[in-house]
Ligand binder design. Structure first.
Ligand code: ZN
Length: 134
């Protein structure tokens, strides 16, 4: 079986700058990088927390999935991301067993390859699976 680690928790926010007042200013985490992921129309700030990370997600346009999430659910936990070295085998196993994978593997924040699995397959949490390059 594959080995997994929690890579990051994705949190949808209306404003990165306002969220960073808490996560950076008050809590004391540091931002390792910020970027705009054009394919997802989202602005991302990554904050390492020991072996894991917090990923803050701000919509970069009104038709982004994060904007839709915020309109429907408000700010909050958007997804949980696991990383594994056995990425291809994991995706194949999930497909074969009927899990609902939402996209073909693609490259996102930080140059990582990932897929999303629909909450109906995972107990109600949008799950991101990332290829570990270590
Ligand atoms: Zn993520």
């Amino acid at each position: 079986m594959s080995e997994f680690a929690i890579d990051h928790l994705g949190i949808a926010v209306r404003s990165l700058d306002r969220a960073l007042e808490f996560y950076q200013g008050q809590l004391g985490l540091e931002v390792s990088h910020r970027e705009t992921v054009a394919a997802e129309r989202v602005n991302v700030a990554m904050l390492p927390a020991s072996v894991s990370r917090i990923e803050l997600l701000e919509p970069a346009s009104e038709d982004s999935t994060i904007a839709k999430f915020l309109a429907k659910r408000g700010e909050g936990l958007h997804h949980v991301a696991l990383r594994t070295r056995d990425f291809a085998a994991t995706i194949e196993r999930l497909r074969a067993s009927g899990a609902r994978i939402l996209n073909e593997p693609r490259t996102g924040a930080g140059g990582h390859t990932y897929v999303f699995v629909h909450p109906e397959s995972t107990g109600g949490v949008l799950l991101e699976i990332i290829e570990s390059k270590e």
